[in-house]
Design a protein around this ligand. Structure first.
Ligand SMILES: [Zn+2]
Ligand SMILES: [Zn+2]
Length: 305
């Protein structure tokens, strides 16, 4: 695989902030979305920037595990998540306040979780372990201690965990190089893509994971969600009023009723932040939803509709 063919990313907090500012100027109608969710993207990038993929243990997997992998078992399901309990409290302190602002409907819940983590009422090591093992008993008990429901608590934990999954995915990426992954879900964490990018002369399609931000090549005319290849059941459309025209598209699959945003990056020279790019395509999201399709993976700004 030619590494130069990959999407050229902007993942620094400063670069993301610049992309957000540019978006708010380019599409003033989206300023409120940028104001609400931009700080969450920047906060996560700030947590990620504090970590180094060189410090993540890279496992030497036996052949049997690579056979499971080739059948579609993601790497994190084989290796487990990295232990991030030492950075957990700091990450919660950075990510949860902008989350609380972005989701007014659950603001007091998120604030309560943050203060319970800050004063050690919720033990960091147990939080991380319960999240990694999806331990319902502890999650329910901790949620009750913070005075919230298990779903909101899980949601908060998942947000705090994202930068660590991203770093683990970056660290594990070289391990995969001799192991093909022909599947539509993420080879690292198993989530579905948030957005696709077309690059290279032939417009090869790369999918970006909605959770760990790992990217992987995937067949251009196959639905990642259900692997449908029947072109009669796949439709692409773009916003006729958009100045960038068909550079920003949405592909819908009529078999599994989902959609995926796609950005043609062949005319982009500068690095892009794919999350901000996806945020800029909310109008296409809305059009696809109005036609009855669901996103392959939820983005934050789609959650509370
Ligand atoms: Zn992933
Ligand atoms: Zn499908």
């Amino acid at each position: 695989m030619n590494q130069n063919e990959r999407i050229c990313h902007e993942k620094t907090p400063k670069g993301i902030q610049t992309a957000l500012d540019t978006l708010a100027m380019r599409k003033p109608a989206l300023s409120s979305v940028v104001l609400a969710f931009g700080p969450v993207l920047v906060a996560k990038a700030e947590v990620t920037a504090r970590l180094s993929e060189n410090e993540v243990n890279k496992p030497d997997l036996p052949e049997l595990d690579w056979i499971r992998f080739s059948k579609g078992v993601p790497l994190f399901a084989i290796t487990g998540l990295m232990d991030f309990h030492q950075e957990f409290k700091q990450a919660a302190h950075m990510i949860l306040p902008p989350m609380a602002e972005a989701f007014p409907g659950i603001q007091s819940d998120i604030e309560a979780i943050e203060s319970n983590i800050a004063d050690n009422s919720l033990d960091a090591e147990m939080c991380v372990q319960a999240f990694a093992e999806n331990n319902t008993r502890i999650i329910n008990a901790f949620a009750a201690r913070a005075g919230t429901g298990p779903d909101i608590f899980r949601f908060a934990l998942a947000q705090i965990a994202e930068p660590f999954k991203q770093i683990q995915a970056r660290a594990f990426s070289p391990l995969m190089k001799d192991h093909p992954w022909p599947h539509g879900h993420c080879p690292m964490c198993g989530s579905f893509p948030a957005v696709a990018g077309l690059i290279g002369e032939e417009g090869r399609r790369w999918l970006q994971c909605s959770v760990c931000a790992h990217e992987w090549r995937f067949r251009r005319h196959t639905c990642p969600r259900c692997e449908n290849t029947d072109q009669n059941l796949i439709e692409n459309f773009f916003d006729q009023n958009s100045p960038v025209n068909d550079e920003e598209q949405v592909s819908v699959c009529k078999l599994c009723d989902t959609y995926l945003l796609t950005i043609d990056l062949r005319r982009h020279i500068d690095p892009v932040n794919m999350d901000v790019a996806a945020m800029s395509m909310i109008d296409l999201d809305i059009q696809a939803r109005e036609k009855g399709y669901s996103p392959q993976a939820e983005m934050l700004w789609n959650l509370m509709k």
